[in-house]
Design a binder for this molecule. Structure first.
Ligand SMILES: [Fe+2]
Length: 313
């Protein structure tokens, strides 16, 4: 494996919510398995494995998720990763909103990535929104009102297709186990089996379609865990480089390549994607909150009960 010792430059905070460009890196990793190492501490920052996911697994992912952007509405909960709020984009998705109220802290430029909605009658709604992006959830999520682990997104809406896709996720898990056996064993020791993507030590996935994420750190990941990034291509495209601005490194993650990174600790984002094709990226990771989650009760009055659903119908 090729080793790249890189100096650490703490610039991520200044770039928070901004789109990363070729100004943010001076080395591109592509086509060769490499490990980025912090030049001072010697710690592993990221591992890039070239063609570690078998073609059969990638084909399966393409079959199952290739049209996810055509069937699923965009996400408006990606916060900083969705970039500085573009009022026109948000209004296009929610035309009825009277006023957008910025919330959270501004970034270094004084811009906001999250808003709340104010209605005509002056009432400010509690939900928080960000720019709509083509990013879709799967696997398990933590339902904080009950402390439950629950199926989310594609896993809930397309259970049979989800089941069919599992060998793809299991291939990512196998690559993680081989590259970082201690991290894999740690995930295995702390995550309840019932909230894992079956046959893996990972709980959740974000499936992104041509989504240019702005500079951010992931939130809610397993604190001592690792996250994975895999790409599946649907037609030709350019760009979409995964950038670690604090190490001035970019990775051209192509079909079957996989990256392991502690994305809740490292600032990251990706460059613009151009061309006719689709870049489907899969961020498969473990959620810290699911370590302590409970199984949802099957009470008739519970939030997901069949009786309640029937009554609504
Ligand atoms: Fe991220």
């Amino acid at each position: 494996m090729h080793t790249l010792p890189r100096p650490h430059t703490p610039c991520g905070k200044a770039r928070e919510g901004c789109f990363l460009t070729e100004e943010d890196y001076d080395t591109v990793i592509q086509g060769r398995s490499s490990v980025v190492v912090d030049a001072k501490s010697g710690e592993i920052v990221a591992i890039f494995l070239h063609r570690a996911i078998p073609a059969t697994a990638c084909n399966l992912a393409r079959q199952v998720f290739g049209t996810i952007d055509e069937t699923t509405p965009p996400s408006t909960t990606r916060a900083t990763a969705a970039g500085v709020v573009d009022e026109a984009q948000v209004r296009k998705r929610f035309p009825q909103v009277a006023e957008l109220i910025p919330v959270g802290r501004p970034n270094a430029n004084g811009d906001y990535c999250k808003v709340k909605f104010k209605r005509d009658d002056g009432r400010v709604m509690t939900d928080v929104y960000s720019n709509p992006v083509q990013s879709y959830k799967g696997g398990y999520n933590y339902y904080r009102f009950g402390g439950y682990g629950i199926k989310t997104g594609f896993t809930k809406t397309h259970p049979q297709e989800w089941e069919r896709s599992l060998p793809f996720f299991q291939s990512i898990d196998a690559a993680l186990r081989e590259a970082l056996p201690e991290a894999h064993a740690y995930h295995d020791s702390v995550l309840p089996v019932e909230f894992r993507i079956p046959g893996t030590v990972l709980t959740s996935v974000a499936i992104n379609c041509n989504y240019r994420s702005a500079c951010h750190k992931d939130i809610g990941d397993l604190k001592k865990g690792w996250s994975t990034l895999t790409v599946v291509e649907c037609g030709p495209y350019e760009g979409g480089l995964y950038v670690l601005p604090e190490y001035r490194v970019a990775m051209d993650v192509r079909e079957g390549d996989v990256v392991f990174v502690r994305s809740h600790l490292q600032w990251h984002g990706n460059t613009a994607i151009t061309g006719k094709g689709k870049r489907l990226s899969f961020v498969v990771f473990a959620k810290e909150a699911l370590c302590k989650a409970r199984k949802p009760p099957d009470f008739p009055w519970g939030p997901h009960s069949k009786r309640k659903r029937k009554r609504k119908e």
